[in-house]
Write a protein that binds this ligand. Structure first.
Ligand code: NAD
Length: 433
């Protein structure tokens, strides 16, 4: 199959590279000239483990190219994927569909033979029908069908998730489009990935419902963690005891500083707005959004409490600013709430993150960037673990303590054991223990 991937971000690039690895001919298109320039030089604009090797392999095999020329890419394609961003619209919480409809219109003018236009971006119910209308209006002669193929990959494990998905969801009507979608995903069926072929609306809804459910699970355990602290229970034991129940499962039951990232915050907000627009409010999701915001603020208070109520003039080391490990993505990361609050309260903040500096420098003004945890902790009064990168999991506690001025540690990911930290002489707090 010949595939055009419109949008070469976290989802578009990974999907394009993986489809080319399946043997399809893929052209990745982006408006951002600097991204395409980088890709043409063989550089990957984002940090995603394993992506560079797989990309180089398929470029060399002649199956993967990059361009800013949407028209030519679309003209030659059997399937055109829309993988552009759908961020929160400023002011009202709706998904901003400007990029999706702009891409649809551009695609419309470039369509020649029969083509399936597939939305991979996360979009509210009804968007695929609107994409169809946009294309039909711009090019009444076009021979095409639309399909919805929401993406469930996780940054940091994106290639494995794409290659071995828990399931593939396709919203599609009509046999011709269904055949194209089946041919595209054939390598996944051979790996026995379950697939769900359904209508457009259900496919769109599955994505939002799945993300909102996961955000709810995280928020639930975060509230339980807060209660554990009050009653003397240990949330790690509670999560384990809950997660061993097959009906519950152990994933997404790790207490932390609140969910962030490129998907959960915007998708929960968008789902809440969809509910409100249809006079069918999603009260659980609305509450999850509120509780998660409070959670991030409560984490700043936790650090303040650890420092006897004030961080003014104190030096604080922050380990990790990306929203989770193994990505450079900073979108809606809890660090964007916690770090500015500490800076605002008069702290001198020193930050380290294996991949976060490129994005983080502009987003976190007034902090000092350090090469590693020990440099960040140099003469610090307190240390805060915000993201559980592997390199923060086995620090030399003696060396760390010797370098610090104070001995306070707030571990917001529970990666250390309270007794080992006490033994090392730290005044240690974590979450839900
Ligand atoms: P992104 O911001 O990383 O990438 C979007 C890209 O689209 C940008 O490079 C932008 O320049 C490009 N673009 C926008 N309009 C264009 C146009 N008309 N022509 C060509 N290029 C255009 O976004 P992302 O994180 O990859 O997310 C894309 C979609 O996938 C979103 O709807 C998101 O919700 C969804 N999604 C994301 C993830 C994730 O982990 N990031 C996971 C699942 C689903």
């Amino acid at each position: 199959m010949r595939v055009a991937m419109i949008g070469t971000g976290y989802v578009g690039l990974v999907s394009g590279v993986c489809f080319s690895d399946f043997g399809h001919d893929v052209v990745c298109v982006d408006k951002a000239v600097h991204k395409i320039d980088m890709l043409e030089r063989g550089e990957v604009p984002i940090f995603e483990p394993g992506l560079d090797t797989l990309m180089h392999k398929n470029v060399e095999a002649g199956r993967l190219t990059f361009t800013t020329d949407l028209k030519t890419a679309v003209e030659e394609a059997d399937a055109v994927f829309i993988a552009v961003g759908t961020p929160t619209r400023r002011g009202d919480g709706h998904a901003d569909l400007t990029y999706v409809y702009a891409a649809a219109e551009e695609i419309a003018h470039a369509l020649t033979d029969y083509t399936v236009v597939v939305t991979k971006s996360t979009v509210p119910v009804g968007t695929n029908r609107e994409v169809e209308r946009v294309i039909r209006k711009a090019n009444p002669e076009a021979k095409f069908d639309v399909a919805s193929n929401p993406e469930f990959l996780r940054e940091g494990a994106a290639i494995d998730d794409f290659m071995r998905p828990d399931r593939v969801v396709v919203g599609v009507e009509g046999d011709e489009a269904k055949d194209v979608m089946s041919a595209l995903n054939r390598p996944l069926y051979l790996r026995e990935a379950p697939s769900i072929y359904t209508d457009l609306e259900s496919a769109e809804m599955i994505k939002y419902a799945a993300n909102a459910f996961l955000a709810t699970k995280i928020t639930f355990i975060n509230e339980i963690a807060a209660l554990c602290e009050k009653v003397g229970a240990n949330v790690k034991e509670v999560s384990k005891g809950m997660g061993l129940d097959n009906r519950i499962g152990n994933k997404f039951l790790h207490a932390g500083p609140g969910y962030g990232g490129s998907c959960f915050p915007k998708d929960t907000k968008a789902l809440a707005r969809i509910g409100q627009d249809h006079s069918q409010p999603n009260q659980i999701v609305e509450t999850v959004i509120k509780v998660n915001e409070e959670r991030k603020r409560a984490m700043t208070d936790k650090v303040l409490d650890l420092m006897d109520g004030s961080v003014n003039g104190k030096r604080i080391a922050i380990l990790g600013v990306t929203f989770k490990p193994n990505t450079d993505d900073m979108r809606d990361a809890p660090s964007l709430t916690i770090v500015p609050a500490l800076v605002g309260a008069g702290a001198e903040v020193r930050v380290t993150d294996p991949e976060g500096k490129k994005e983080g420098e502009a987003l976190l003004p007034g902090v000092t960037w350090c090469a590693d945890a020990y440099e960040a902790a140099h003469e610090a009064d307190a240390l805060v673990i915000l993201t559980e990168w592997n390199e923060f999991r086995a620090l030399d506690l003696v060396r760390l303590k010797q370098g610090m001025r104070g001995a306070a540690v707030a571990d917001l990911r529970n990666i250390y054991k309270p007794d080992e930290m006490a033994e090392a002489g730290f005044s240690y707090v974590s979450v839900g223990r």
